[in-house]
Design a protein around this ligand. Structure first.
Ligand code: HEM
Length: 505
């Protein structure tokens, strides 16, 4: 949907003269704002229009593509106006790393989209700042370690979930099917185990509706309509997409509140089942010791749970779906992965330690994450103070996009940035090599909280599926016809497609 369509749908001018006067005023005010913001050292960028900024130049369905183009013209630090919102874009591995790692403090705040401000109001980890963020991030990291990441128990949990997923795949008996829902449910169950302390059946409507609603909202977050709402919130209280977002958000909130109250009834602070228990136990201890102003309140609890769900399900499941699609598209690479797995592990359960003996498979997983580029603009950051960076002055409170696409596709870092080329991660002897510009989880103080868990999931899910199935295009579809164009959304999912999972055993 074009920007103008959205405007036209919602404009209701009654008088041409009045509209002209308003436009003139806006023009004068925004010319003043745009010019007064510059102090000669502002990062360069295309000239903005009043009110619309550079919106007419931006592909709102795939803004990261336009930003990649603009970086060719304006360099690695440039300014672009999303409506009247000034955004500084960081492009290329060296610049993104320098900003997020060497100037982590200055570039480390989070900027909130309007739709997030409306509903989340800065709670949890993803969308918080300051002391609340510090405390919630520390809590999430510690407890994810305790209830999941890096532990043998978690490895077993993932392997067990794989068995359920395999049963679903088997039901299709090699016929084409859409991998989206089973993959989302399997990955989501890992989060459920960590968060609530239990998994759910894939046909439990309470569970499936929760997962489907979270995923739909992530898709809405990246839709042109919601992006326009974020920039011009006054168009929007009646906007159908915002209404849909609100309905789904509230349904998830109510369902979670019910689950929290069940968990509260059976809470044993000495035997926490998951993150919700740990949060409730901490809240109880603080209340008992008379602390009334802590961040351990119901708003943060719901936000943290939703964060882990939203950030932890769609991302990992999407990456796995890209991996299967790429295996079907490049059967010779699939052959090599399967040969390596059957030579090194055979049919026993895969363990995390096996990774070091599976360099090719490891390279394929890394290359999948690089090429799939599922969070192309990371999440919006914000400067926490005035900063002079690479000779440019960036004011405190400026929105900053670290363009991860420009890192993962950096032509000075990757031999074949636009191809699926696992050799990016292999030396001449076939050993796995780390690459600095591999940054799908971002970097610095806002780096993904779930990186360890996600890496474990990707490895165990993919190797286990490869042990059991060969993935192919549907009959009548050639490998070349499998489309790698991503669907529109906040995270980059593969476009709708079906695959066949042909059982080996
Ligand atoms: C393949 C899987 C994943 C990818 C590619 C990914 C990527 C990212 C990226 C790019 C960010 C933004 C960093 C920034 O603002 O610069 C992020 C943040 C975050 N991710 Fe992930 N993620 C993945 C899986 C997970 C999982 C499994 C969880 C948790 C269960 C998780 C939880 C979070 C949280 C809580 C944040 C916010 C961190 C903060 O603002 O301090 N992610 N992730």
């Amino acid at each position: 949907m074009g920007v103008l369509d959205v405007f036209l749908q919602h404009s209701s001018s009654t008088s041409l003269f009045g509209a002209l006067v308003v436009l003139l005023l806006i023009y004068i005010i925004s010319s003043y704002i745009f010019s007064s913001k510059g102090n000669g050292k502002d990062p360069p960028g295309p000239k903005p229009l009043p009110v619309l900024g550079n919106l007419l130049q931006l592909d709102l369905e795939r803004p990261y593509n336009t930003l990649m183009e603009l970086s060719k013209k304006y360099g690695s630090v440039f300014t672009v106006y999303f409506g009247s919102q000034k955004v500084v874009v960081l492009a290329g591995y060296k610049t993104v790393k320098e900003a997020l790692v060497n100037h982590g403090e200055e570039f480390g705040d989070r900027d909130l989209f309007q739709i997030v401000k409306d509903f989340n109001r800065g709670h949890g980890v993803l969308w918080s700042n300051g002391d609340a963020w510090k405390e919630m991030r520390r809590f999430a990291l510690t407890n994810m370690r305790d209830f999941g990441m890096g532990k043998k128990a978690c490895e077993d949990k993932i392997a067990e979930e794989c068995d359920y997923l395999i049963e679903v795949f088997k039901k299709y008996k090699g016929e084409p099917f859409d991998t989206t829902q089973p993959m989302n449910y399997a990955v989501s169950n890992i989060i459920c185990s960590i968060v609530y302390g239990s998994r759910f059946e894939y046909d439990d409507p309470k569970f499936t509706s929760l997962v489907d609603r979270v995923n739909r909202n992530i898709q809405l977050l990246g839709s042109p309509a919601i992006q326009v709402y974020n920039l011009f919130p006054w168009i929007g209280k009646w906007f159908s997409y915002r209404k849909e977002f609100e309905t789904l958000f509230n349904a998830n909130k109510n369902q979670n509140l019910q689950m929290f109250s069940h968990l509260k009834e059976s809470l044993n602070p000495d035997m926490c089942r998951g993150i919700v228990d740990a949060f409730l136990a901490k809240k109880q201890t603080l209340e008992e010791s008379g602390v009334t102003n802590s961040h351990f309140n119901d708003d943060h609890l719901f936000a943290i749970v939703l964060d882990l769900f939203a950030a932890g399900t769609d991302t990992t499941a999407t990456t796995l779906r890209w991996a299967l699609l790429l295996m079907a598209k490049y059967p010779k690479i699939q052959d090599q992965v399967q040969e390596e797995i059957s030579r090194v592990i055979g049919s026993r359960q895969v363990q995390v330690e096996d990774r070091r003996n599976l360099p090719f498979t490891d390279a394929v997983i890394h290359e999948t994450q690089r090429l799939a580029n599922i969070v192309p603009m990371a999440l919006p950051h914000k400067t926490s103070q005035d900063v002079t960076f690479q000779g440019h002055f960036i004011k405190k409170g400026t929105t900053v996009y670290p363009l991860l696409t420009s890192v993962l596709y950096d032509e000075t870092e990757w031999e074949k940035p636009h191809s699926f080329y696992p050799a990016h991660f292999l030396d001449k002897d076939g050993k796995f090599v780390k690459r600095d510009a591999f940054m799908p989880f971002s970097a610095g103080r806002r780096i993904c909280v779930g990186e360890g868990l996600a890496r474990m999931e990707l490895f165990i899910f993919l190797t286990t599926l490869m042990q059991r199935f060969r993935f192919t295009p549907p009959p009548g579809v050639s490998e070349e016809e499998l489309d790698l164009t991503p669907r529109v959304g906040f995270t980059l999912n593969p476009s709708s497609h079906k695959l066949c999972a042909v059982s080996h055993v």
